[in-house]
Design a protein around this ligand. Structure first.
Ligand code: T5A
Length: 203
């Protein structure tokens, strides 16, 4: 999974990694959250584009509804088919944005997350780290129209960034994404190569 704050370069890296892995003969499915099925795309629209005010709990369940449908209809079938799945955002986004950003209670969100994913967790999570101002400037330069969450102020986005920076655990690696694209790709590839070697040894 590729995670990180706004404009960190996640989509750029997902495209590059998918190309590299395909060139090595892997079958690769890429997904972007929220989205990827009709229900998940509808939830994306409500979560990010709707003008209607909503409770933070309602926002949480829109992201989780999108994830539940994506996991069941796209991610699990692809994994069962032996494919490599690369996701642009997954569960850590919910912990960063809805727990650290919105202030929802962590234990409750984690429990709901387990329902949405059916307990599925990534082998490898690459967290791309950039200062908030750098990420926002990249989005601006790319001409991105701000969605509901991107319109939140810098303190919200600083909490999100900090949540990512303090995420640790098995299979989580941090990459300084303020480096050049090439340096980010090299760092990511080292992590992917390490996990691929492990799985080939049956770990
Ligand atoms: N959300 C999502 C939640 O609140 N909870 C959840 O559970 C989930 C799943 C999704 C929003 O939903 C929220 C978080 C988000 O606010 P989105 O539209 O899908 O929103 O947007 P993001 O995921 O934030 O993606 P962005 O497109 O904004 O950022 P990326 O994908 O990190 O960045 P990318 O690759 O598009 O790059 C942006 C620009 O920077 C350049 C690229 O060429 C591009 O122009 N770039 C670099 N420039 C210099 N150096 C590098 N190393 C660069 N890498 C990329």
């Amino acid at each position: 999974m590729i995670e990180g704050p706004e404009g960190a370069g996640k989509s750029t890296l997902v495209r590059w990694l998918a190309g590299q892995l395909r060139a090595e003969g892997h079958h690769v499915t890429t997904v972007r959250e929220p989205g990827g099925t009709p229900i998940a795309e509808a939830a994306r629209k409500l979560a990010l584009k709707s003008r209607h005010d909503r409770a933070f709990g309602a926002e949480l369940f829109l992201f989780l509804a999108a994830r539940a449908d994506l996991v069941e209809r796209v991610i699990r079938p692809a994994l069962e088919n032996g494919q490599v799945v690369i996701a642009d955002r997954f569960g850590l986004s919910t912990l960063a944005y809805q727990v650290a950003g919105r202030g929802l209670p962590r234990a409750d969100v984690e429990a709901a997350l387990r329902v949405a994913t059916g307990g599925l967790s990534p082998d490898l999570t690459l967290i791309l780290d950039v200062p908030v101002t750098v990420g926002r400037e990249r989005q601006r330069t790319a001409g991105k129209v701000k969605d509901r969450i991107e319109r939140e102020d810098d303190t919200f986005h600083a909490r999100v960034r900090e949540a990512y920076r303090s995420a640790f655990g098995p299979g989580i690696a941090h990459i300084d994404a303020s480096q050049s694209k090439k340096a980010v790709q090299d760092a990511a590839w080292r992590e992917v190569a390490a996990i691929t070697a492990l799985s080939m040894r049956g770990a």
